[in-house]
Ligand binder design. Sequence first.
Ligand code: GDP
Length: 472
Amino acid sequence: SEVATMMDLPVTKIISACMSLGMMVTMNQRLDAETISIVAEEFGYEVEFVNADIEESIQEVEDAPEDLKERAPIVTVMGHVDHGKTSLLDYIRKENVIAGESGGITQHIGAYGVQLENGQKIAFLDTPGHEAFTAMRARGAQVTDLAIIVVAADDDIMPQTKEAISHAQAAGVPIVFAINKIDRPSANPEKIKEGLAQMNLLVEDWGGKIQSHDISAKTGEGVKELLEKVLLEAELLELKANPDKAANGTVVEAFLDKGRGYVSTILVQGGTLKVGDYVLAGQHSGKVKAMQDERGKKVKTAGPSIPVSILGLDGAPQAGDKFSVFEDEREAKDIASRRTQLQREQSVRTQRHITLDEIGRRIALGDFKELNIILKGDVDGSVEALTDSFQKLSTEEIQVNIIHKAVGPITESDVLLASASDAIIIGFNVRPMGNARQIADKEEIDIRMYSIIYAAINDLKDAMEGMLSPEM
Ligand code: GDP
């Protein structure tokens, strides 16, 4: 209706224009930017978006290079279940008590910082696993600088090891391998490294560039050296932030504490957060009443790469929500409530995901250069055959990337990866498992299932040529 008014047209005309695009809409429904552009064009209007997104009003200004200071890397630990992620995080938490500090980390706040003997610092996200990592990414938050992937040396490279590798790679996050459980007599780290080499992941001992270290999360052997390698790898990233400005960052965890109210753990990524600042985090806002570090110690400020839990927000934001500091409490409140309203209308998506039907049009528009695919199949042979064929469909205009392929059903974690990386999922003789279908519907992820290889290849080919007949 608003769009109709702007163009001085009856609203029915807009509704039927949307219908011709295959969208059944009501007059009170919000349209996304792309639809508005297409519809307006049909009536001879060109659309210019002025501050289209409320998020734009809180875009940060770029920092001047001279204001940037080094910051500690933020690390996530991933790997197959039972390979020792939690044990490693626990060991580091216990052993690397900040020099001169008595008492270890007493509280679980979702992230913690450690300092090595040489004074260098690392921040760890304390929710292990690639699901948490990718869920945050699907919400638009890229927090992790580096991933430690734990592989048990008395086991094999397992499905979730491969998943973790794909998830880290899809995010462009460098990997350091921790070959764990070397205290066990049956441990065979060389076998793991050989397996990695077969996946084209050459670790240093094997003449490659990827860092890896043999460790025992139980005895602590090699953990210090592992962390040194993490820091070495982080140095290459030249991680920097400007500490001298109003803070921004990402929410790691939030909950309601009976006595204290809403407690949110945030990771500062730029600027310095101070007690008394007005904060906007996701759909919530408030004045920071108090801050604590992971040792339960009160702190007054927190700079880049420092996790703190804060009190004072009027609700619990979600993990992966961004936060920023506002000079004006009213402004923070306003944006929070506008976000809540948008959320309620639900039809608004900050990001629409690619579908097979849409590929042809997007390629024709020229704004679509890479097609990301997650491929799951029933046997290795079909997965490999499809990978080859799909990759051969790449043209000068569009590159087909298989960002993850594996044998097995389509899982929740595949859907999250698709959401975070704007990918479509292709299943060959496999189906979505558990909640995967539901989440895919919610996130609007296109899942296609095939049982004939050439049908899958033809569909993709047709889609890329813009010739796919609509799915019935
Ligand atoms: P996660 O599922 O990856 O978080 O794995 P956990 O950290 O829970 O570890 C799974 C099991 O392996 C637990 O019983 C740990 O005690 C054990 N474990 C982890 N690391 C080591 C290690 O380095 N050596 C030995 N012997 N056991 C380990």
